[in-house]
Design a protein around this ligand. Structure first.
Ligand SMILES: C[S@@+](CC[C@H](N)C(=O)[O-])C[C@H]1O[C@@H](n2cnc3c(N)ncnc32)[C@H](O)[C@@H]1O
Length: 228
């Protein structure tokens, strides 16, 4: 699928985000676009971790995945993704849970993940929309467990594709995945203007030295890691 095809997918296939559920954004669509370009989804058993509205899972199904399993810790997101799948008549197995629950269903051919990754002053806790983006002080509260778990969740030769920001330490993501004997590459790096969360958090990010003064763009980074 090209970006233009995703625009069509986005508008005509009507993936709705309920209140309190992450509205698919640039990061969601960049991940889908790169997964499509990589050509790894067709015929694959796919895990969409952190599914939100189910946008990535539904895109994977539309790319010809053999099976799609999706997880989220938010009950609102699970209900929303299930409803979107039902409305579109697409078979996606949406479950409440996270890495340990996915491990019970391994192995997968492909893992796609758009996790929460924005550095946050407080460690995210409880329920609420902030759980979709708050990643703890270094942005890595979900990224690190993902990098730890990916190798074990995948079949040999399987592929992880994940998206996050330049402010969430992509170098650490790559190093962690390499340390798990995976072949790692940057599939995409694309600049976007700050959205509302980054705009609201910019002063704190500057204060802790994660952001240059007056900068109001970020690079989204899609990393691909293949299990040997
Ligand atoms: C940035 S949103 C991405 C949603 C969707 N994949 C997309 O691209 O539009 C991140 C999602 O991760 C979920 N989440 C946060 N921590 C999680 C965890 N430990 N395990 C599973 N899901 C989690 C949030 O509830 C939220 O729905």
């Amino acid at each position: 699928m090209t970006t233009a095809e995703f625009e069509t997918f986005r508008s005509t296939r009507a993936v709705h985000a309920d209140p309190g559920v992450y509205e698919p954004q640039d990061d969601s669509w960049l991940l889908c676009e790169m997964a499509s370009q990589a050509g790894v989804v067709r015929g694959a058993r796919v895990l969409d971790m952190c599914t939100g509205s189910g946008a990535v899972a539904l895109a994977a199904a539309s790319m010809g995945a053999r099976e799609v399993v999706a997880f989220d810790i938010s009950p609102l997101a699970v209900a929303c993704a299930r409803r979107n799948a039902a409305d579109l008549g697409v078979d996606v197995d949406v479950r409440h849970g996270s890495f340990a629950d996915a491990a019970a269903l391994q192995p997968f051919d492909v893992i796609l993940c758009n996790p929460p990754y924005v550095p946050s002053e407080a460690v995210p806790a409880g329920e609420g929309p902030h759980r979709a983006w708050d990643g703890g002080h270094d942005g890595r509260i979900v990224l690190d467990p993902l990098c730890e778990a990916a190798h074990g969740l995948l079949v040999p030769g399987g592929t992880l594709m994940l998206v996050h920001s330049e402010y969430s330490n992509p170098e650490r993501t790559e190093a962690m995945l390499r340390s798990k004997d995976m072949t790692v590459s940057t599939a995409a790096r694309r600049s976007i203007s700050f959205g509302p969360v980054m705009t609201q958090r910019a002063a704190w990010l500057e204060q802790v030295g994660l952001l240059e003064a007056s900068r109001d763009i970020e690079d989204l980074v899609v990393i691909r890691a293949d299990r040997r």
